[in-house]
Write a new protein. Sequence first.
Length: 315
Amino acid sequence: MNLDLITPTFIIGILTATIRLATPILMVAIGEVFAERAGILNLGLEGTMLMGALTGFLGAYWAQNLWVGVLCSILVGILFALLMGFMSITAKVNQVVAGLGITILGGGLSTLLFRFSFGLRATPPQISIFQNIPIPGLSEIPGLGTILFNHNILVYLTMMLIPIASFLLYRTRFGLAVRAVGENPDAADSRGIDVSRTRYLAVIIGGALAGLGGGYLAIGNLGLFWTQMTAGRGFIAIAVVIFSRWDPFRSMLGALLFGFATALQLSLQTLQAPVPSEILLMLPYIITIFVLIWVSKRAEFPGAFATPYNRGQDK
């Protein structure tokens, strides 16, 4: 292993990449916090992210406008959220089965539509991504400026979502309703809260951010689309939500942990570490699994987590 490459610049590069790689996980996790706080477990995030990545890429590619891609990603995320909501809230299908079905649908449909759009190519089509926007003054701070204040607009928007989501969840009537229907929907219903409507809104928020999280991969990070490019990030986001104990601020820590593990394994490959590449590729997921096992022992799930609500059933 070439240790001479480990310089302050190299370390700054790892930490900068940590934030960039954590962004899609954090974006999806923030949305899923709302869904799970409302009692809905959406295992369809992986498929929603894939469709968000595809439609974001196609929208930006055809319109030659990255913001059109952002809008397309959000819209398809909302559509998949409505599908999840219909199955889990209206039809009261088992949420695990419904979510896995959506993930399978999103994975297959995204591949099919991409091949319909471009056929089989040796070189996949590419687009320009959002460029970094250095924040004047702050980006010039040695080391810290590069790590925190020299990213693209989607990274900054994701960081802004953390306090916004926290305010909505803990300081508004809507947030109170979300937490109430997730803990005790029967009591919430008796207080005049529309359980189904609140759960639908929470799932839609989660779906919109999941679609945007997938879109970020294509139009904010890589500039291209390939099948299964999310690589399990939707499931990682669910793990981050549990790690955070359903709190937007703590979800940032879980996302950064995964981002750091991913950046570290890429850096270790650059250093030609004497470790099989397959093990390095597994590193982020191994760390996530161990953290999830450790945290889940103390996690207190919402009282009505993954439980359909039948009005008047327990009265």
